[in-house]
Design a binder for this molecule. Structure first.
Ligand SMILES: CC[C@@H](NC(=O)c1cc2[nH]nc(NC(=O)c3ccc(N4CCN(C)CC4)cc3)c2s1)c1ccccc1
Length: 273
């Protein structure tokens, strides 16, 4: 039987971060000493029905997932004002802050992350779950330097035609969502290509700081310029993922066999520092 958790079961530590709704704290479960991340969301902020439905979906989906590159959701509880999600603690922090600190990643580090993301997405797609919000802000780093996909607030069961009213960056949206068309698992392949580009270049491929419309236009036209310093193999993988037609995008099992991934991750299965 599922254990009924409550706030009394935890010692709350330092705040770890914050999302659009709520904050996340380091916490220790008292009887085991197990460290977790406790995500606190205010009911007042998720009052709107679609946010409550989104949260229920996040909990429903993430609580059933078991994968080394997907952040575990161990349980949840609520009091009169707040909802609490008991999440796996990723002790090396947020990937986007590491990316901003370094500016951009080496091809070896980028390829390792893309391989890990591909394995996680393969697992998700086999369960007909599409994440729909793959971006550096939703990626965390575990104790062995491995990636963990967090924040399933936008994940859905495929196929899906629900309008995605984005609050965050638009840079990761694929043409079919930007153009309001139906979408399926292939949206995550597009985002994987955007992620690979941003890891290697330091900025997303279709970013146009002048306006959202300008970014939409560049996405819809797949207006892609790959800088000279990117290796031909990396450029090839990015081009094979950033295809306007969702079914033309390189499937995940092929991504894992791509020469760029093979060359840069040989022997990387052992835990890395
Ligand atoms: C992805 C956003 C999402 N976050 C989670 O769910 C989150 C779940 C979860 N588990 N573990 C985390 N770890 C951290 O946040 C963290 C941050 C910094 C750290 N360091 C600072 C630098 N130092 C050198 C190393 C240690 C270590 C861990 C987070 S965030 C969210 C969504 C809504 C509301 C709040 C949070």
């Amino acid at each position: 039987p599922e254990k009924q958790w409550s706030l009394q079961d935890f010692d709350i530590g330092k705040p770890l971060g914050r999302g659009k709704f709520g904050r996340v704290y380091l916490a220790r479960e008292k009887s085991s000493g197990f460290m977790v991340a406790l995500k606190v969301l205010f009911k007042s902020e998720i009052k709107q029905p679609n946010l409550a439905r989104q949260l229920r979906r996040e909990v429903e989906i993430q609580s059933h997932l078991r994968h080394e590159h997907i952040l575990r959701l161990f349980g949840y509880f609520h009091d009169e004002k707040r909802v609490y999600l008991i999440l796996e603690y990723a002790c090396r922090g947020e990937l986007y802050k590491i990316l901003r600190k370094y500016g951009r990643f080496s091809e070896r580090r980028a390829a390792k992350y893309i391989m890990q993301m591909s394995k996680a997405l393969l697992y998700l797609h086999q369960k007909h779950v599409i994440h729909r919000d793959i971006k550096p802000e939703n990626l965390l780093v575990g104790v062995h330097g491995e990636l963990k996909i967090a924040d399933f607030g936008w994940s859905v069961h495929a196929p899906n035609s629900r309008r995605k009213t984005t609050c965050g960056t638009l840079d990761y949206l694929p043409p079919e969502i930007v153009e309001g068309r139906d979408h399926d698992e292939n949206v995550d392949l597009w985002s994987l290509g955007v992620l690979c580009y941003e890891f290697l270049v330091g900025v997303p491929p279709f970013e146009d700081l002048s306006s959202q419309q300008a970014t939409f236009r560049r996405i819809s036209r797949v207006d892609l310029k790959i800088p000279e310093h990117i290796s031909p193999q990396a450029a090839d993988l990015i081009r094979r993922l950033l295809k306007h037609n969702p079914t033309d995008r390189l499937p995940l099992d092929q991504v894992l066999k791509h020469p760029w991934i093979i060359e840069h991750t040989a022997g990387a299965t052992v835990s890395e520092n």
